[in-house]
Design a protein around this ligand. Structure first.
Ligand code: MG
Length: 159
């Protein structure tokens, strides 16, 4: 069996009056992420981790923000397409570990829902999807509430 690791990283700015999509769900917030798509920064980092593991480029290559096709796109659809791309090359997902840095809202109540939304798209059991959240103690752009930063790591496997 072949095993590969991939890591992904993404940042989106926060602005008033936008829906806040994160980890595949909409959070109750009067602010959201500035983006061409729905701005789900966690899914974007996850897509890049998967693409990186398979050496298939990055999310900007496959879903350019210059394309009207991806305007306001549901990032879960992008993730499905990425999983399909890997599947065509014989890869399946082993596990995913996501770390979200966001000052507010506090994410603890939403973590399990994110995991249960992401797991079936990845084709893995919920216990193979970890979502962790941290603030940055009011330091930096995350701490000032100006943006959200996400890191994702995945393993992929091929028989
Ligand atoms: Mg992004």
């Amino acid at each position: 069996m072949q095993i590969r690791i991939g890591q992904g990283y993404d940042v989106h700015a926060i602005a008033d009056g936008l829906p806040m999509w994160l980890g595949g769900i909409q959070l109750p917030s009067d602010k959201g992420f500035v983006a061409h798509s729905d701005g789900d920064v966690a899914i974007h980092a996850l897509c890049d981790a998967l693409l990186g593991a398979a050496a298939l480029g990055d999310i900007g290559l496959h879903f350019p923000d210059s394309s009207p096709q991806w305007k306001d796109a549901d990032s879960k659809g992008l993730l499905r397409r990425v999983v399909e791309m890997l599947s065509k090359e014989g890869w399946k997902v082993g596990n995913a570990d996501i770390t979200i840095a966001l000052q507010a809202p506090k994410l603890r109540p939403y973590i399990d829902e994110m995991r249960s939304v992401l797991a079936p798209i990845l084709g893995v059991p919920v216990d193979a999807v970890s979502v962790k959240a941290t603030t940055t103690e009011h330091l930096g752009f995350v701490g000032r509430g100006e943006g959200c930063e996400v890191w994702a790591v995945v393993l992929i496997e091929k028989d």
